[in-house]
Design a protein around this ligand. Structure first.
Ligand code: APR
Length: 309
């Protein structure tokens, strides 16, 4: 039986680290694509040369040609520009929309049955572009944000309570931005909600640090943004799909009435398996949580409106 094939578009920090994780786990052969000539080939070769030492047999190769991506099971989209000084949020939105549209059109043509995982920011808006450019059904266009935001929340919970990260669980819903909704009531240590383990002001502080998690890393790095945790988030989704694990993970998906939202990509818990997004996992929200979720969905709608969709 042939190994699965995963294409990662964008051989930058997130793309290359994602390729490394997938290959080193022996989960799939990886094709790394970038617009810059030599960059994906060089990183692909370097990753392949690590294989004998790391001991895996997954093939990794880099290319600028979408023909090499044909018949991928999953296509991960990380290509895009970082926000430059002087560039407005809307400029970035329009530029990355153009990039995502162009790469998704080419990748979808080469792999018409693939599942798309979108990583490029602004995430929720880029999912809309990817769905339109691919013509894929909603089950096969999924945004990676909630897994990352939840991982950050879990990290902070574990540090605060001095417990293993493994025994933490967290849910962060909503758009991938300042309006994201960390759901503390459903965030637990060994099944116990953190709202019962920590005073309200500490819970609030952890929620705020989570919502600001991306910016905290950017402020430290000064050039560039986070990539280890984002790549780990993509890996978890790829693994759940390829191994049909049916993990329940927070992801950005096109809602069709679930959580009271229609026609927008917003982060919610979903079941990820061989068919992609197999089910939206609806949970009860309090009035306050629902209002925060709605506010977050409204922020996504604003970006999508700027794109004229
Ligand atoms: N086709 C293919 N690759 C492209 C294209 C294109 N049209 N345009 C840009 N790229 C490539 C760049 O050449 C670069 O190698 O996308 C890569 C982006 O890599 P980085 O600049 O290192 O950015 P990274 O940190 O990986 O983040 C990528 O993920 O988390 C998000 O906000 C982040 O949107 C950003 C994306």
């Amino acid at each position: 039986m042939a190994r699965n094939k995963v294409t990662v578009i964008g051989a930058g920090n997130v793309g290359a680290t994602t390729a490394q994780r997938i290959a080193e786990a022996g989960l799939a052969d990886v094709v790394l694509v970038d617009i810059v000539e030599g960059l994906p080939q060089g990183k692909g070769l370097d990753l392949a040369e690590a294989a004998p030492v790391v001991t895996h047999d997954a093939q990794v190769r880099g290319t600028n040609d979408y023909a090499d991506t044909a018949d991928s099971d999953i296509v991960v989209v990380t290509s895009g520009l970082a926000r430059q000084p002087g560039m407005s949020r809307d400029d970035l939105l329009t530029k990355n929309a153009g990039i995502v549209r162009s790469v998704v059109e080419q990748a979808a043509k080469a792999s018409p049955n693939a599942i798309l995982i979108v990583v490029t920011n602004p995430l929720d808006a880029m999912c809309h572009v990817a769905m339109e450019a691919s013509g894929f059904p909603r089950e096969r266009v999924i945004g990676m944000a909630g897994v990352l935001d939840s991982a950050r929340f879990r990290t902070f919970i574990a540090q605060e309570l001095a417990v293993s990260v493994e025994d933490t669980h967290a849910f962060v819903l909503g758009g991938h931005g300042d309006t994201m909704v960390p759901l503390s009531r459903y965030s637990t240590v060994a099944g116990v909600p953190i709202t019962e383990l920590l005073p309200a002001d500490r819970v609030r502080a952890l929620e705020e640090r989570t919502a600001n998690g991306g910016a905290e890393v950017v402020a430290l790095l000064k050039t560039g943004s986070a990539f280890y945790a984002p790549a780990a988030g993509v890996f978890e989704m790829v693994e759940s799909i390829l191994l049909d694990r049916k993990r329940v993970l927070p992801c950005a998906v096109m809602l069709r009435g679930e959580f009271g939202v229609d026609g927008l990509f917003v982060g919610v818990p979903v079941v990820l398996g061989a068919a992609g997004m197999e089910r939206v996992f609806e949970i009860e929200l309090t009035d306050e949580e629902r209002a925060a979720f709605q506010k977050s969905a409204d922020a996504v709608r604003e970006l999508v409106t700027v794109l004229g969709r």
